[in-house]
Design a protein around this ligand. Structure first.
Ligand code: SF4
Length: 283
């Protein structure tokens, strides 16, 4: 039983993942480009359906109670098609997780993709791990404030673009964009963009792995689909321990170089005896 005096809240430890290189990282950059490209560009694709019908390829027309997806038009009483697609997507997710481990978390989950993008911006403005560590420990100065504000402004622009792209799926994108520019967009559009921009900014910029650890149900479900043979990026103590120099024939495989700890975006530190499974690095 939990001791009532025990503090169940652990303050977030800042994490400064070091940049990594390699084929899986390159694959992750490609996946990021493709997924973000699909998300931002799709509402702008036009699709000629004839007179008096919207020419937006993907459109959730709430007023007209229709969902347009390229050549497909779904009416409310046909929504079971969408339900069926969602069930198939869920089963596909289970299949990929069982066969390949946490590929969803590592490559395609929106939380991963946007966090990765925000870290990219952070690294671009503040430098790699060591520079960011130095900046974090430094006292506030004009130089530190300038870097921090620049980063937050770029994050805010990305967050705004993210919230903005979402509402374009629910209205004719060029018309709504013109309304935003002339400040005549509907109230609900402003509120939706505001909420999504704020959550993107906070989740991608500040909460990051906290969303995975505390808010997301998926890691709990995945535990039921994995065994010792599942492909995962994880520290396996039976293989790594006892740590030591590579030439020591009695030592395990871990040479204690700290490379995995320094690049881990989840902040996992195996020196603390943590044997947690790495969630999002997909190295
Ligand atoms: S744990 Fe949840 S939020 Fe985190 S990457 Fe996986 S699915 Fe996404």
């Amino acid at each position: 039983m939990t001791n009532p005096s025990e503090n169940l809240y652990a303050a977030r430890e800042p994490i400064f993942p070091k940049r990594v290189y390699g084929k899986f990282r390159n694959l992750k950059w490609v996946v990021m480009l493709v997924t973000l490209g699909i998300y931002y560009i799709t509402p702008w694709i036009r699709w000629d359906r004839g007179p008096n019908l919207p020419d937006q390829a993907v459109l959730v027309d709430l007023a007209g109670r229709r969902f347009y997806f390229f050549w497909i038009e779904i009416w409310p009483h046909e929504f079971y098609f969408v339900a069926g697609l969602l069930i198939m997507a869920g089963l596909g997710l289970f299949l990929f997780t069982s066969a390949l481990g946490r590929v969803w978390c590592g490559y395609t989950c929106p939380q991963t993709v946007w966090t990765d993008l925000f870290i990219l911006v952070e690294r671009w403005i503040e430098g790699d791990r060591n520079a960011r560590l130095r900046l974090h420990r430094a006292n506030w100065s004009f130089a530190k404030a300038r870097l921090r504000v620049t980063k937050w402004v770029v994050w805010a622009l990305i967050a705004l673009a993210t919230g903005g792209a979402w509402v374009f799926y629910f209205a004719d994108a060029p018309t709504l964009a013109a309304q935003f520019l002339s400040l005549s967009a509907p109230y609900v559009a402003w509120v939706t963009v505001g909420i999504l921009a704020a959550t993107t900014f906070v989740f991608g910029g500040f909460m990051r792995e906290q969303v995975c650890i505390y808010m997301c149900p998926w890691p709990r479900i995945q535990g039921a689909m994995m065994d010792d043979d599942t492909l995962t990026v994880a520290y396996r103590d039976w293989r790594g321990e006892p740590r030591g120099k590579a030439r020591d024939s009695t030592a395990g495989d871990c040479v204690d170089c700290m490379a995995c700890v320094n690049v881990c975006p989840m902040g996992i530190d195996i020196r603390d005896g943590q044997q947690m499974e790495c969630i999002t690095c997909a190295l």
